[in-house]
Design a protein around this ligand. Structure first.
Ligand code: SIN
Length: 306
């Protein structure tokens, strides 16, 4: 592959919101206010506590189109929260949430599969790196819904990055080079660092490293999506360590491009629902010692494939 020049990666970005030929249906129940041209829309006129089949369909298509949807003033019980992520899958129990040494928060008062992030007072936010959730699983989440219980008056925003747009804007020879590659994803160097050696080795057999395509086809649209993350991708299979590190560093850096990002400012009772296959997210850790309490539920989907 020819050397990738800065101007190829950092030049003007012209990204499409949806793949060529794909048409979102007309929304009759949703009112959408885009945050950027390709990713993120705030939805009004919807009560997520009462979602009938027609509304569920529209939410599904809007999520496919915008990759992350935002809602204000939603009083959700845990059943309604879980229903937002289980249209096509099952709630995923985060395998390490119950180990308080990893996440810090007591998860005993949450719904099955829900994770509570209590940050700011005693521990700082540690989700301030770009990631798709839980790609160390063979079937990582398809959809995640995060709701805000308590937020600081300012700070604690979350950003999302459109990894389909990021893929489309890569130089052509890079797209060709990465099209058929696979990468190893693992939790060990990430969560493992907060675990005692005993716990780490005890959970290891149940959660070995897994392989995912570097470029995955989106399960709904078939669009190509860059699917590597600083959090969990360890190496690209079949490349030398140096080649793999260099290529990953360049691919990871795509999420840093502002053109692919949107940013959301939370209020209590705000909800974000995101397509975990199409975007990565980054929780800004700028609010300690103020308190920020969030609850997250994820639903699975098919294994990522080329
Ligand atoms: C996460 O990484 O899923 C948490 C995002 C957030 O707290 O904003």
């Amino acid at each position: 592959m020819a050397k990738v020049l800065a101007r190829d990666l950092y030049g003007p970005k012209v990204a499409a919101r949806v793949p060529a030929g794909w048409q979102a249906p007309e929304y009759r129940r949703l009112s959408l206010e885009p945050l950027t041209p390709t990713i993120g829309a705030e939805v009004s006129g919807v009560d997520l506590g009462h979602v009938d089949d027609e509304l569920a369909d529209e939410l599904h298509w809007a999520l496919t189109e915008w990759k992350v949807l935002f809602f204000r003033d939603q009083q959700l019980d845990r059943e309604a929260h879980a229903a937002l992520v289980t249209r096509d899958g099952e709630v995923i129990d985060h395998p390490f949430a119950k180990h308080t040494e990893v996440y810090g928060a007591d998860q005993s008062d949450t719904a099955p599969g829900a994770m509570r992030f209590v940050k700011g007072e005693k521990s700082v936010g540690i989700e301030n790196f770009w990631h798709h959730d839980m790609t160390f699983l063979a079937r990582p989440p398809m959809v995640t819904a995060l709701r805000a219980l308590e937020v600081p008056p300012v700070g604690g925003d979350t950003l999302w990055a459109d990894m389909a747009a990021a893929h489309d804007c890569l130089p052509e020879d890079v797209c060709e080079r990465i099209a058929d590659l696979w990468a190893e994803h693992d939790w060990y160097d990430n969560y493992g660092r907060s675990m005692s050696p005993e716990l780490r080795e005890a959970v290891r057999p149940e959660f070995p490293a897994v392989r995912h395509p570097v470029v995955a086809r989106h399960p709904v649209t078939g669009r190509r999506v860059l699917f590597v993350t600083r959090a969990f991708t360890q190496r690209i299979i079949g490349l030398s360590e140096t080649e793999s590190d260099d290529l990953l560093e360049m691919l990871w850096a795509q999420a840093d491009r502002s053109e692919y990002q949107c940013r959301f400012r939370w209020q209590p009772d705000s909800v974000a629902i995101w397509d975990n296959r199409a975007c990565q997210h980054y929780a800004v850790s700028d609010y300690a010692p103020q308190r920020r309490v969030m609850e997250r539920i994820s639903g699975d989907g098919p294994p990522p494939s080329h």
